[in-house]
Design a binder for this molecule. Structure first.
Ligand code: F6P
Length: 340
């Protein structure tokens, strides 16, 4: 078969390891050939496609970013399924492996409904897809955030300051929860659980009263109790969704005002998506890639590879995108016992 591969949506450490895994197994075991589609769906509808031979994926599993490039383009704004079929037929492309998050997998599901041979590979640092236990990229982001918080703690302690760290997490707080727990934060604030400024102030004061420099980890999508919208001061993204960010600064100012403790905010932003993937993410991404090519070879269209315990399985694409995997309340409460 001739298989097109694309990466779409926000990038994430491990994308290249998926590409390498798929191309190597596809070439070695099945004799498939591969086409690299540039910049996600954009390359498919604009016909920006090139051969992706096995030598092009050598040594890729440790490389961050994506050699194929990515974008947040939707094919349905550029000719939809008919245009996709036209370009696929021009290149003799039998199937597509689409590596992406919720938006990409939703589009993949729609193209499948229109008769296109497609399978999905889940990626997102946010780890918010319910059909898979973990997405690659998440472990790397947590490692980067944890190391950053550890570093901020030493400077905070030297100056007796409160350090607020804003991490990514649009709808879910997995990165904040895991990095905050790993680094021993005195408060963790996530989109799923509204918390009042009074409660946050109590936690900060308790830590200070024990002689500690308080560390607060906040996910970008956190909404303090009594507010409806996450803070967004950077306009809209390509899908018309608000670009989040700014809650860290807001909370920092409030903490300083309410406690009198000098406070500083650090926004980790895209640092969490850059650089080399952790060993865990390289392994998971490689396994997703090799299983994706098995799924194509079995012609199980309209499905996505997913991690179930320690096994990789396939699930229908519609199941992959039907529900967000939020942090359950009991997981937050378990962590909150250690706050303050
Ligand atoms: O979905 C992954 C993610 O990193 C979110 O955590 C964040 O809100 C968003 O992407 C940022 O997107 P962009 O790279 O377009 O600014």
């Amino acid at each position: 078969m001739k298989i097109g591969i694309l990466t779409s949506g926000g990038d994430c450490p491990g994308l290249n390891a998926v590409i390498r895994g798929a191309v190597m197994k596809g070439d070695r075991i099945y004799g498939h050939t591969f086409l690299g589609i540039r910049d996600g769906w954009r390359g498919l509808v604009m016909d920006d496609i090139r051969p992706l031979p096995r030598q092009d994926v050598r040594g890729l599993s440790k490389q961050g970013g994506t050699i194929l490039g990515t974008s947040r383009t939707s094919p349905f704004e550029h000719g939809g399924s008919e245009r996709v079929k036209e370009v696929m037929s021009k290149h003799g492309m039998d199937a597509i492996i689409a590596i992406g998050g919720e938006g990409t997998l939703t589009v993949a599901g729609m193209l499948h409904q229109d008769g296109i041979n497609i399978i999905g590979v889940p990626k997102t640092i946010d780890n918010d897809l319910s059909a898979t236990d973990y997405t690659f990229g998440f472990d790397t982001s947590v490692a980067i955030a944890t190391e950053s918080i550890d570093r901020l703690r030493t400077t905070g302690e030297s100056h007796h300051r409160c350090m607020v760290v804003e991490v990514m997490g649009r709808h879910v707080g997995w990165i904040a929860l895991h990095a905050g727990l790993a680094a021993g934060a005195h408060a963790i604030l996530i989109p799923e659980v509204p918390v009042s400024m009074e409660r946050i102030t109590e936690w900060v004061n308790q830590a200070r009263d024990r002689g500690r420099a308080p560390v607060v980890v906040v996910a970008e999508g956190f909404k303090p109790e009594g507010t409806d919208e996450a803070v967004s001061i950077k306009g809209l993204d390509a899908f018309g969704r608000p670009r989040l960010g700014g809650i860290g600064d807001q909370i920092t100012a409030e903490i300083q005002e309410r406690t009198g403790i000098e406070a500083r905010c650090t926004v980790l932003g895209h640092l969490q998506r850059g650089g080399v993937p952790t060993a865990y993410d390289r392994v998971l991404a490689t396994r997703f890639g090799t299983h994706a090519v098995d799924t194509v070879s079995n012609r199980t269209w309209g499905t996505m590879v997913a991690l179930d315990g320690i096994d990789i399985r396939t699930v229908p694409l519609r199941q992959a995108t039907s529900q967000l995997k939020v942090v359950p309340r009991h997981a937050y409460d378990e962590a909150a016992i250690l706050f303050g």
